[in-house]
Design a binder for this molecule. Sequence first.
Ligand code: NAP
Length: 259
Amino acid sequence: MSQDAVSQQAGYRFAGSTAIVTGASRGFGLAIATALVKAGATVAGVARDADRLAVAAGELGAGFVPVPADVTEPGLPARLFAGLRPALVVLNAGAAPTMRPLPEHTWETFGTVWETDVRQAFEWCGEALRTPLAAGSTVIAVSSMAGLRGGSPLSGGYAGAKATMRFIASYAAEESERADLGIRFLTLMPMLTSVTDLGKVGVAGYAQRQGVSVPEFLAARGAELRAEQVAEAVLTLRAGREPNGSAFTVQAQGLELLR
Ligand SMILES: NC(=O)c1ccc[n+]([C@@H]2O[C@H](COP(=O)([O-])OP(=O)(O)OC[C@H]3O[C@@H](n4cnc5c(N)ncnc54)[C@H](OP(=O)(O)O)[C@@H]3O)[C@@H](O)[C@H]2O)c1
């Protein structure tokens, strides 16, 4: 379904709205920012690499505003929320895990993703409630299907970090309901895919572990999730009316509500 069709079907107007997308310099984040700009939103795209953000701005035009910053920078969400009053915040920035078996991890390599992804969810969801964002706004935490079931045994703290992002979003949803703030907190859990830099690291690690080539590993997994499908999922969730605190998987086969 096209982005226009998605937004029209749900009756939500992206045109004229403001969104913040973290990790917007590449991968899922760039695809999400692109889809939002195409749908008529103004997107503040956060990432550390100012050069890549400038390239994105050159391609997307005035609808994309680069914000070169580290998502863990103290005070960043408060500053952006106060200045931009976003209707949508997509917490997508994420650190690539170090792929190695448990006994070869140090506490530092194990915890990298916690320091970026979990800290981002903690600081930004907390600030969304404290500011607070306007009633009717939505915060989407980009977690991972690695945070379900058996986790992701080669990637240290990655799976636990992504599961904790889902918990944080659900806790924030509960606080929003209790204070009648009208802010929705949702979690999106994509499947592993080699179409992004981060995904390539995971796929290479698991292919090596199984003693197969990357193409062999991918062929055995079936259809790959595309970044555009993650972007479409974000627009669908923003435009929809799913209950506060809901979590969804997104795979090549589509978007699914977790029950
Ligand atoms: N690809 C997959 O298979 C997969 C599956 C499930 C979930 N996910 C999740 O999806 C999200 C996006 O991942 P991706 O696959 O698109 O990875 P990617 O292509 O490596 O992109 C990661 C993005 O996050 C930004 N980033 C990382 N650390 C940051 C920081 N401290 N401050 C600001 N920006 C930061 C990067 O920009 P800079 O380096 O310029 O800062 C980049 O824009 C992540 O949360 C990831 O865990 C990915």
